[in-house]
Design a protein around this ligand. Sequence first.
Ligand code: ZN
Ligand code: ZN
Length: 72
Amino acid sequence: MAEKNELQTCFRCQYVADKDDKYCIRCGAPLKNKCTKEKSLLHKGCSKVNKADAKFCSDCGTETTFSQWGLF
Ligand SMILES: [Zn+2]
Ligand SMILES: [Zn+2]
């Protein structure tokens, strides 16, 4: 069962990275658009990976990594 190795493109420099990479090895930008809501006393935190064009988390409405990095 050879699954095709999905690739992902860096949002900032267009480098084509491996599917499992978390950060671009060319420019250091995050490759996963994760929710930035951190764990706190009141919330267990949210680490949802959102679509690449999401500025805010679809689960909790917190800013995403890409938005925080100013990649839009
Ligand atoms: Zn990059
Ligand atoms: Zn969230």
